[in-house]
Design a protein around this ligand. Structure first.
Ligand code: SAH
Ligand code: SF4
Length: 365
């Protein structure tokens, strides 16, 4: 008996060892063709990915023959929206359920009155392995990666239930649960599908991947196409403090991280976003601001620094600095010529803010 080795397509099945059908949401036109899908593959792909062409109830506008083929050959389950927690600031935290019962969280953030654009903060993993000591997701450890189908499905479910249905108005930030570069194959596959010209209409210009500084993944992503925008969670300016709060720094320290960023080519108008969570008495001194500016060095003109006062939660003992302290830190960076915004995290009143996303399975919080 001859056996053909299964084709390695890690992104298309939730659990390859279970041999389930591939997720319909992670298939590119060429995969549909290779699987024997009837009809023109680009057309079927467009109908799958373009939420604005779906019926109001979420069903697909495709011929009976193609729908029957899809039902038999692909997994059409979208993550379910289990909970919606609207915040006073206009954003909504959502709890999404995967078909195996695991839950992740996403945040829907409209720009404001009269502006059709919306930013989705999405998850890449259930939990996170990196264990940053200020982060609620880190405290729960890693449960599992999301597959590309689940990541694309997360975005399409948000478009269907929360809007907008037009992908051109969607901005995506991978700043929800998980370290996206720890799940690079699936995250990159999802970005490829979402940015396909026949697909949902997203663009790598409007997608930001945020990393805690996983240099091995960063160096791979730098060479990938499409390449999204980069955000780096810096959060400390000495190796001592950074290693104590972000264990990933023990593998790739500040100097190594900075070196990796030199290899991240920036096109015109591109910037690297640095997130800096201010922890009272830990990383919020004026000397920290000086060191941060020095570390940026010649990135001084190609960056934005987001200062994020710590969102306090039960799983971490850190405190948010006093307002004067935040302002003094920002002013000092400004003197050094840095570009800064102070991010009052959205969704704080519903625990939807940075580092507060922690829902693994039904019942846990
Ligand atoms: N793992 C990735 C992306 C998810 S975390 C990363 O670390 O970049 C998204 C952002 O939330 C990161 O910038 C992180 O530093 C920040 N964050 C984590 N815990 C926080 C907290 N308690 N308060 C404010 N921001 C927090
Ligand atoms: Fe993971 Fe990011 Fe939280 Fe660190 S800050 S534990 S990398 S999700």
């Amino acid at each position: 008996m001859t056996m053909t080795a299964p084709v390695e397509r890690p992104w298309d099945r939730r659990a390859p060892e279970r041999g389930g059908p591939p997720s319909a949401w992670a298939l590119l036109p060429e995969d549909l063709a290779a699987h024997g899908c009837p009809g023109r593959p680009e057309h079927v792909f467009a109908r799958l990915q373009r939420v604005r062409t779906w019926r109001e109830d979420g069903s697909l506008f495709l011929s009976r023959e193609i729908r029957a083929w899809l039902a038999g050959n692909a997994d059409l389950a979208l993550p379910a929206i289990l909970e919606r927690h609207p915040s006073a600031d206009g954003s909504t935290k959502l709890v999404l359920g995967m078909t195996d019962g695991h839950r992740v969280e996403a945040v829907h953030m409209p720009r404001g009155e009269g502006d059709p654009r919306v930013t989705y903060c999405v998850s890449s993993q259930v939990g996170c392995a990196l264990g940053c000591t200020f982060c609620a997701t880190g405290a729960m450890g890693i449960v599992r990666n999301l597959t590309a189908g689940e990541i694309v499905g997360q975005v399409l479910a948000l478009m269907l239930h929360m809007g907008p249905r037009l992908g051109e108005n969607v901005y995506l930030v991978f700043m929800g649960m998980g370290e996206p570069l720890h799940n690079l194959a699936h995250v990159h596959r999802a970005i490829t599908v979402l940015c396909h010209p026949e697909g949902a209409g997203l663009s790598p210009w409007r997608i930001t991947v945020s990393t805690a500084g996983l240099v091995s993944g960063l160096e791979k992503l730098a060479r990938m196409t499409p390449r999204p925008q980069l955000a780096v969670s810096l959060n400390a300016t000495t190796d001592e403090t950074r290693s104590a709060t972000m264990p990933v720094n023990r593998a790739w320290n500040l100097a190594r991280l900075r070196q990796a960023l030199d290899a991240w080519e920036l096109k015109r108008h591109e910037r690297i976003l640095f997130e800096y969570v201010l922890l009272a008495g830990v990383n919020d001194s004026l000397e920290d601001a000086d060191r941060l500016a020095a570390w940026l060095g010649d990135l001084r003109h190609r960056h934005n620094v987001n200062l994020i006062p710590m969102n306090e939660h039960a799983r971490a003992g850190f405190r948010e600095p006093a307002e004067e302290r935040v302002q003094a830190f920002a002013a000092r960076l400004h003197q050094h010529g840095c570009f800064i915004t102070v991010r009052r995290s959205r969704g704080r009143d519903v625990q939807g803010a940075c580092g507060q996303l922690v829902r693994a399975t039904a019942g846990t919080a």
